[in-house]
Design a protein around this ligand. Sequence first.
Ligand code: E4P
Length: 217
Amino acid sequence: MKFFVDTADIAEIRALAALGMVDGVTTNPSLIAKSGRKITEVIVEICEAVPGPVSAEVTATEFAPMLKEARFLRGLAKNVVVKLPLTMDGLKACKALSDEGVPVNVTLCFSAAQALLAAKAGAAYISPFVGRLDDVGQDGMALIAEIVEIYANYDFGTEVLVASVRNPMHVVQAAKLGADVATLPPAVLRQLFQHPLTDKGLAAFLADWAKTGQSIL
Ligand code: E4P
């Protein structure tokens, strides 16, 4: 399973990439706004820091301007994946760009029907938002199970990129379902390392070791 980080904070990305756990990055207009920086600078810097796919999202909502923005973003670095919203214009642009060989991440997916359309439009990734579904009382992970099943039925090449992840259980459930990728807020990626019994066990080992008066080197 691949881990992407869902942030436009370059310091966070560099720190997590140094752990060897970052296969790619996703951004969105809200995350770029939060960074307080110019989208072009941020995307170029992220692409230099992480060799894997880096999603950069268009903000146009109509087909022709979407294509223009998508081509501009794609031109920023060879690992840019263009992120398009799951609308009619978005999927029309997805089909056109995919046919040209441009990788597209279709975002804001909230139903299996939408995911099926994105795969037919040639999306490289589909991003179902599990946390936002949970927030409105629906089961985000049930959607992941449906999409994984549908894509397997037809051997679609579109990768299931679990988005809007809120906690480590989302990651574990996504892995059990065979999702290809999870994009994690930095805090959730850090949480994956933690277990109180690990801390307690290590403290006990070190206390016992100190009593021996030995050192390994
Ligand atoms: C996905 O690519 C989005 O950037 C992101 O996962 C949305 O997460 P949120 O619901 O926490 O904003």
